[in-house]
Unconditional design. Sequence first.
Length: 405
Amino acid sequence: MADKKFDIIVYGATSFVGQIITRYMHAQFADGSIRWAIAGRSHSKLQNVSDAIGLSGVEIIVADAADEDALRKICAQTSVVMSTVGPYALYGDILVKVCATTGTHYCDLTGEPQWIRKMQLRHEADAIKSGARIVHCCGFDSIPSDLGVHFLQRNALEQFGQTCARIDMRVVSMKGGASGGTIASMINMVKEAVSDADLRRELQDPYSLCPQNHQFSVTQPEVKIAYDTVAGGWIAPFIMAGINTRVVHRSNALSHNSYGVDFKYEEAVVTGQGSSGKRKAKAAHWGVNALMLGLAVPPIRWLLETFVLPKPGEGPSEKAQHEGMFDIVFFGSTARGETIQCRVTGDRDPGYGSTAKMLSQAAACLAKDVPDSVPGGFWTPATILGDMLIARLQAHAGLRFEKHA
């Protein structure tokens, strides 16, 4: 797409994470290696962001998420659209449709499996025909998980001559706050599930994002409150596992079952040792359950939205972003019983500081690194970006991928 005016257009640059991304893009690509612009529905708000950051020479483009003609004009000008406009199930449909039909590559931050599946069913045929490469989940959902498994499996293949039949991901430590955008996406998904029995069944299927001809039937592990001898501490279910595990299984399917048709994968958070760790595991488990139950009941949901949960546009302070971090360990075992460990760490709060850098580098990777021979379709970060993105993240985004002896 060398004839396009821009390599990347940041769509939703005035959102909370969009502003972090815009600031990062300005610093990262000041050398002109990426030609980029910002876009959104309000020229005045875009201008305010531009003025605040000092985006001299960075073009402003106005387009509403519901205006298909305006979105087509965006796609006509760029190789890649990077979207931060969520909840994607409410605002993302038309942009994916336009990208898929015009051959424009696309990446986003969604963690909404029900919407991703809907987009696959509606638009994958068009993306394959046009050559558009659509890559969802390019933030903390689900790059550390997807690329962490990819990294471990590559090392297992080199070391043992085969991939791991099971991988257990453990969040060892994580520091950072949730934003209103993430909460809004969660609320919308719960609303949809409450009124849709088919969706509730779909959300129970760990393979719901895999191609329809996938060969997977093995029952996946169910994380419970337990003492985990491998991690050396008590564990509880990880709130992001619902999307991350599905992306990992789709990567397995798209890579011709390279992890194996009976591959098992689970994610949990380590809460510590002893009675304190057990109490924290119980609190984490029941806290998430209580939140989900509350969101499903309209009066309680209203109270939570009004008085407790952050609003869209709100998120952690810049100080909190810089003080945040994450540390994730992957424990792999082969069918022969050989074991391997890998670690993925990030130097900012996972949901925003690190996510902004991950999405920006994913977009740059899509624009600059992926060979022209790669076909269009709905990819995962691991299957289309893989080692190229790992290199970018380690060089420019504060992430580390390390194999442990």
